[in-house]
Design a binder for this molecule. Structure first.
Ligand code: NAD
Length: 366
């Protein structure tokens, strides 16, 4: 007998999960989305085996239900789920980037003996929607599960096993611990990136030329500020308490920076940068973290016509897709004038090898 998995919300995450789970022939995947064109596309792309016409229809026969909807929608659904007809022994899980409020909303279900195990696959993309769904999205990424302390361990093991086709690294954490750590490495950096952009926008009013200089390092540092504002509004409101703690720590850190600048001691300033460089250089790069990763290749190209089409032709011939290509107009300490981003480290390595065979440019992975 096949295991029935229902996915509610077939955008980037739900669609990618469907594709990954369908690698296992023992799983039968039903999908529900409020958008019919999404459902239609998901079915035609083989993301799901069956279209459900309503949430009730998606849930009644499911052994596992995955909510891959925006976090605020998932909270509302958790509150409604105790009214739905559910199979005995069903496991409910989600993919939301925050865990505390969803675990809280699921409390009435837990009290009724229904299993809810929070989930967060820590992989993403700058794109959203079913068209962006990719089978390999979760490969090597951490996939966090946050069961309640009372959850049956056999159910957690079952879900870990079910998620195996994603090829993600499943880890179990407490919801609070998850929200604290994602605030540190993902949610708070997002606020900082947006605040740096905000400062630039204010200062360019008196210094209009400054925006033209905001290339290279500034663009790299603030790339995440271009993400979907609705998703980040919801994450911020849901993880507000942890974010306020991070803000206090950051203000303290900035006070230390102020003291350092006032004292203007070159060796102290050197130590500050050297310490940060050493720590950052030692961060793991082989696996994806909570921050959405791009795999950039910096290429030092001469400035002559046709050079970019020559490079993209080599990549097209090798059937390597790229997610972004840009020319760094103002160099600060950035190596290379052309920056190409890839979906995976593997694509980047293949691109580097193909370009090295045909062209004689210096290339660097940053
Ligand atoms: P998405 O916008 O690509 O997809 C969301 C899907 O949910 C859409 O197809 C939409 O039509 C559907 N939907 C919305 N409301 C619905 C409703 N009431 N009923 C049925 N379907 C509904 O978003 P996504 O990036 O796939 O994110 C989904 C979840 O995964 C979010 O909770 C997000 O926090 C989390 N997540 C996102 C990322 C990322 O980088 N995008 C990474 C990890 C986790």
């Amino acid at each position: 007998m096949k295991i029935n998995v229902s996915i509610i919300g077939l955008g980037l995450i739900g669609g990618s999960l469907g594709l990954a789970l369908k690698r296992d022939p023992e799983l039968y995947v039903t999908g529900y989305d409020r958008s019919f064109s999404t459902l239609d596309q998901a079915f035609r792309r083989g993301i799901i085996d069956k279209i459900a016409t309503s949430i009730d229809n998606a849930c009644e026969d499911a052994d596992v239900i995955v909510f891959a909807t925006p976090v605020n929608t998932t909270v509302t659904m958790m509150q409604q789920a105790s009214q739905w007809t559910l199979k005995d022994g069903v496991i409910l899980t989600d993919t939301g980037s925050t865990k505390g409020p969803i675990m809280e909303a699921a409390q009435p279900l837990l009290e009724r003996g229904i299993t809810f195990i929070g989930g967060h696959p820590m992989a993403g993309s700058h794109k959203s929607g079913v068209t962006a769904a990719k089978e390999h999205l979760f490969e090597n990424a951490y996939y966090v599960l946050t069961p309640d302390a009372q959850t049956d361990k056999a159910k957690v093991d079952f879900l870990c096993q079910l998620l195996k086709p994603t090829k993600g690294k499943v880890v179990v954490l407490e919801a609070e611990e998850h929200d604290r750590m994602t605030a540190i490495v993902s949610h708070f950096p997002h606020l900082v990136a947006s605040s740096l952009v905000g400062r630039l926008s204010v200062q360019q009013e008196v210094q209009p030329f400054v925006r033209k200089l905001a290339a290279g390092g500034f663009r790299d540092l603030t790339r995440i500020a271009s993400a979907d504002p609705i998703m980040w509004r919801d994450i911020t409101t849901q993880n507000r308490v942890e974010l306020l703690k991070q803000l206090d720590g950051w203000l303290e850190e900035m006070e230390n920076v102020r003291t350092m600048l006032t004292s203007n001691d070159p060796s102290e300033i050197y130590e500050y940068f050297a310490g940060a460089k050493q720590f950052r250089d030692e961060l793991p790069i082989a696996s994806q973290g909570a921050l959405y990763m791009t795999y950039d290749l910096h290429i030092d190209i001469p400035d002559h016509p046709g050079i970019i089409s020559d490079i993209t032709k080599v990549l097209a011939d090798e059937r390597i897709s790229l997610t972004n290509i840009r020319i760094v107009e103002t160099r600060t300490d950035v190596f290379g004038i052309l920056v190409i981003s890839f979906q995976s480290a593997d694509d980047r390595e293949r691109a580097k090898a193909a370009l090295a065979q045909t062209m004689d440019y210096s290339m660097q992975i940053v």
